[in-house]
Design a protein around this ligand. Structure first.
Ligand code: ATP
Length: 295
């Protein structure tokens, strides 16, 4: 009996392990399922960029059907203009950016660039047209040069350096013993939040896409670093169509339109002056940040 018990117990352990790996496989297929959703249509076309005007029409979206995130969101970014999205944490700001990059397909509505619906386009042509400077840049365990040139394999050293200069990270790189050949990331040189963002800005400048998405860092950079990065982002976004996910209202003052998102709905919209005059959510956020900045 005892002899029989031990192997069964042992089998129990194996059974649990197999069950666990099946669960993992399940998760993996779950992910693939999601991936498949954003597969190219058989007749997918290459995006033809004119000015990269963006249009969201009645867009609704949920990551999980039981919990809708965006509700009937409509806005436009005219070619070469900047639209900013502000709102509390979890209101769906980054989700808008992910949908524009087509990480996910929407549940209803339409998203288009220069009149071409995202779902009708090849993902490669869409992603070539968009540059993202994310909140938290994850660097590859590779050289600084590789990280800046990522996505542009043909870039020359001179182009990489020019982008790094424009993003004000060249001096820092040049001061390291191996310069652009310095390994960065988990197993290499650790960069600060601001330095990583500059690498992301350099990468985007090198890519030079007509449409840019800036997802401002929530993590506190010191304010001089913050202002410098802001100036670099402004320069990078010149004459481009820009969607800014903003946490600091000082960075949205010059936006063509500001969208105030709350729980996945646009509750206010307009330019800075119009929104201040409205004396609503935005005006309150502005006063709060101003008094925070003064204090
Ligand atoms: P923050 O200002 O904190 O960055 P946000 O306004 O950008 O917030 P989102 O990241 O768009 O908010 O998230 C909106 C909601 O969607 C949140 O409630 C979040 O929990 C949920 N969410 C985000 N990503 C996923 C995901 N991959 N799967 C499921 N839910 C998600």
């Amino acid at each position: 009996m005892i002899q029989l018990y031990i192997p069964l117990n042992f089998l129990g352990v194996i059974y649990r392990e197999i069950k666990q790996s099946l669960t993992d496989l399940d998760k993996m297929f779950g992910l693939l399922e999601r991936e498949r959703e954003v597969a190219d249509a058989p007749d997918a076309k290459v995006l033809q960029v004119q000015g990269a005007a963006v249009r969201f029409e009645h867009v609704s979206f949920a990551y999980d059907k039981a919990r809708p995130i965006l509700h009937d969101v409509s806005f436009e970014i005219p070619a070469g203009k900047k639209v900013a999205v502000v709102g509390p944490s979890g209101s769906g700001k980054s989700t808008l950016a992910r949908l524009l990059f087509r990480f996910y397909d929407i549940d209803s509505g339409r998203i288009s660039i220069d009149g071409q619906e995202l779902r009708s386009l090849t993902q490669s042509s869409l992603r070539r047209a968009i540059g993202i400077v994310p909140q938290d840049t994850v660097l590859f365990n590779d050289t600084v040069a590789y990280n800046i040139a990522y996505g542009q394999p043909g870039a020359t050293q001179a182009q990489v350096e020019a982008a790094a200069r424009a993003a004000h990270i060249h001096g820092f790189i040049a001061a390291t013993p191996k310069g652009y050949e310095t390994m960065v990331g988990e197993r290499g040189l650790k960069l600060s939040g601001g330095e990583k963002q500059r690498v992301a800005i350099a990468r985007t400048l090198l890519k030079n896409p007509p449409l840019m998405i800036f997802d401002e860092a929530t993590s506190a950079l010191d304010s001089s670093n913050e202002r410098a990065i802001q100036a670099e982002l402004d320069a990078a976004g010149q004459n481009k169509t820009v969607l800014v996910i903003a946490h600091r209202l000082s960075t949205v003052v010059d936006a063509h339109e500001i969208l105030v998102l709350e729980a996945g709905r646009i509750v206010e919209r307009g330019d800075h002056e119009a929104l201040l005059a409205r004396q609503g959510v935005y005006a309150r956020m502005w006063r709060l940040q101003q008094s925070g900045a003064a204090g």
